[in-house]
Design a protein around this ligand. Sequence first.
Ligand code: SF4
Ligand code: SF4
Length: 356
Amino acid sequence: MKVSKVKIIEKEKIKDLLKEASQEWDVYVPQKFSDGDVWMDQLPEDRQLLDDALENVMLEDADTVISPKDIFFPQLETILKFKDDKILETPEFSQKLIFGIRSCDLKGILFSDDFYSRNFEDIYYKSRMQNRLIVVIGCLKPPRPACFCTSANTGPFAEEGFDLQLVDSGNSYFVETGSKKGQEFIDVHKKFFIESDENFDMTVKEIKIKAYDSIKLKVDFQEALNLMTQDSFIPEENYRRISERCIYCGGCLYVCPTCTCFNVFDNFNDKDKEGERLRNWDACVFEGYTREASGHNPRKEKWLRTARRYEHKLKFDYKLTGMSGCVACGRCLSSCPVNIGMSEFIQEITEKRKIM
Ligand code: SF4
Ligand code: SF4
């Protein structure tokens, strides 16, 4: 995507911009909480709470614990309510400003856009995502040591799919416009953006090259995709060794921007003949995920569920859509209690050496 002329916003204006934007949008932005964790969370509507929350906004070096996927695919959501024979679906429509996500997480959203409309239209996803504006912040350095975005072409800056992109230049950000919607946002909030006559293309280019060089973890991502998509290539030994260590906590899947498994269940009040249907995050590594009503489980053995996870990300998604189900954010490795990560798996199969 060709970006239009670069504008500038001073860093000290960001909070005021978010405050003004929150009158029109539900604003999601990384915030640091008292335990030190950084979450992509919604700014509160209450004015006092909003001012407090703005003090906790953290854009640079923000290592958000989980990906922004819970904005459009919450950990737990009510999808319909029912009483007697009446059913009320409960999609959630609101304008969302998703401000300060990383380019790998943007790729995760683009992947999800495809997933949730591929075979059927998921109205809950669609209702949450159809009125959105995405502002990416490029990474001058990796937010977590396990990032390997340059190997997968998913970062440290976005090339498409964003509305606006911030490029850190010290006391201010260069602002790249990636869509008409992004331009309209700038027009509405023009008092925060500085027009410049100078051509900053070279400066932005230099910043991006430096940022690219700061990502030290490199893997042969394309070779891994090539290997995995050969039907004759089955790295069973790797899956078995991972399964010996994996404690099947599901952490890596919950933090992953592209994991979409869910479960659906009903809460029913028999006395009042009413209830609700909910869905919550599930994980393909859990034994119960593939257990059938008969009790038969096609993936009872742990290593088969591990295989499913890696094949889904690096084989089936890629074969079907041309998009990998891994966007190289590194969260799986950062969050795993026994240090299992996608980057190591890729190194093992491409370099044919044991790492884990
Ligand atoms: S976080 Fe680690 S231990 Fe937990 S399921 Fe994932 S790979 Fe297994
Ligand atoms: S598999 Fe790991 S590195 Fe890849 S997108 Fe998911 S959490 Fe990120």
